[in-house]
Design a protein around this ligand. Structure first.
Ligand code: SF4
Length: 260
């Protein structure tokens, strides 16, 4: 567990690195309340309609609270962020040359005012606990803890967007029309192998995130990508790319609607 990181407060490190590589790198302890799960949100991901729908059975709510208690005890939400220039990110985005020939991100990031590489993890202990619950046949609690952790990991993206935007606003680099959104390898035409170059630059190993040969992260409850800040209009696009046909979530529509 990243005990040493957790002890040191919110902004742990702010140091200048090789300006040809990274303009600034920061390790951040994300306060747990920024990613705290909620019963309605987690159960919605499991197909239970939120209020005013019928209330879930008491045993489901009770299971949720047991999982939330474990989560709050074990999660160590930590992020690493490093600003990059547009030319630097152009190289990172090329990755291993496996991206789709036409992607939304390649049209968005050149119009950004600021870019930052980003990775976030809940830490290893909550993932080990999920495994432990499943291995000891406590399937219901294991699956609920998995759902709680996935939900909170997704909230980590929102927390990162807010932290980046607050940083830019407080330093006079953003105004009311600025939006900062996270784009990740493995989505929307950015090939999953793009993780390799992103990791080479950002080095999330410093907060305990590692890549395996399939470019998946461990701990599993981690996210990575690039935070793109700029005028809200740069994030709007039509989801008419060839790969959109196979997209089950179409969640770009929700993101655009949430950032008017
Ligand atoms: S429809 Fe899916 S794949 Fe297409 S841009 Fe939106 S989120 Fe990405």
């Amino acid at each position: 567990m990243n005990k040493c990181l957790r002890r040191q407060g919110t902004f742990l490190e702010k140091r200048s690195l090789d300006p040809q590589k990274l303009l600034m790198k920061t390790i951040i302890n994300i306060p747990i309340d920024k990613i705290k799960p909620d019963v309605a949100g987690v159960l919605k991901t499991q197909g239970v309609p939120p209020p005013p729908g019928p209330p879930p059975p008491g045993r489901v709510t009770s299971l949720y609270h047991s999982a939330e208690e474990l989560f709050l005890k074990l999660a160590a939400p930590t992020a690493i962020m490093a600003e990059v220039t547009i030319p630097q990110f152009t190289e990172i985005f090329k990755g291993n040359g496996l991206n789709e020939p036409d992607t939304p991100l390649e049209k968005i990031f050149p119009r950004a005012s600021q870019l930052a590489l980003f990775a976030f993890t809940l830490g290893p202990e909550v993932c080990l606990e999920i495994e432990e619950q499943l291995n000891t046949h406590n399937f219901a609690l294991g699956y609920m803890l998995d759902a709680v952790s996935s939900y909170s990991t997704d909230k980590g993206a929102g927390a990162a967007q807010n932290i980046f935007l607050e940083h830019l606003t407080s330093t006079g680099q953003a105004d009311a029309s600025t939006r900062a959104l996270l784009y990740s390898p493995g989505y929307c035409g950015w090939h999953i192998s793009g993780q390799q170059k992103l990791f080479e630059y950002l080095k999330p190993e410093e907060i305990g995130i590692h890549l395996n040969k399939s470019f998946l992260m461990t701990p599993l409850k981690s996210i990575s990508g690039v935070l793109v800040a700029g005028d809200k209009r740069i994030h709007r696009f039509k989801n008419s790319y060839t790969f959109c046909v196979h997209c089950p979530s179409k969640n770009c529509r929700e993101r655009i609607a949430q950032n008017p």
